[in-house]
Every structure is written in C-alpha cells, then in structure tokens.
Design a binder for this molecule. Sequence first.
Ligand SMILES: [Zn+2]
Length: 115
Amino acid sequence: MGSGNAIRGSRVGAGPMGEAERGEAAPRVRVSFWCANMHETRPSFASDAAIPEHWDCPRCGLPAGQDEANPPAPPRNEPYKTHLAYVKERRSDKDGAQILAEALERLRSSSRPIY
Ligand SMILES: [Zn+2]
C-alpha cells in the first residue's frame, strides 16, 4: 500500500458530479450540525474521515455543533445574544444585578488609571 501508488479508477480532483461514475467511492455519512440560530446543516463526510466538532453554518456563518440542544456560542458577541446567554447561565436576576453593581462600583472607585 504505497502512497505513491495511484488507485485504479480514482481521479484526483473529481468534483461532486464525478462521484457517481466512480463506483468505488468511499461510503459517506451525513452528520447534522446546528448553529446558535437553530439552522440545521447536514454535510456528508467520507465514512473514514474525521468528523469535525464544528461546522460553519452555510446560512449565517456561525459555528454549528452536533448537539442540537447546545450549539456553540457565536464567536462575535451580539448584545442581545450575550444577554440571553447570560440570563440562561445565571438563572438569577439578583446575581446579575449584583455583579453589575459591583462592576459599576469598581469602575467608579478606580478613577485613576492603573499602570
Ligand atoms: Zn445558522
């Protein structure tokens, strides 16, 4: 099994349309990914290929994961989503209010720049 040995019938660079005529194409598996916007995408992979943990959603560009209930967080924080995620995680408005108050207090008390 030398890597320099060309496999009979396989053509390098064959596109998706070329797969059908290659009878010996490796079997493919479809894997569902969900992004934070609940878009489902189902790319197919060669069965012997490593399935990536994340897949870019073709509709909105956010990273999508295989766990529908727990999609990966968007890389760029939009205010609304950040707040929502924050609330979901905290489950407590009091906690959030206190943390905010503490942060404000820290901002006020550190009127001098720290070097
Ligand atoms: Zn999406």
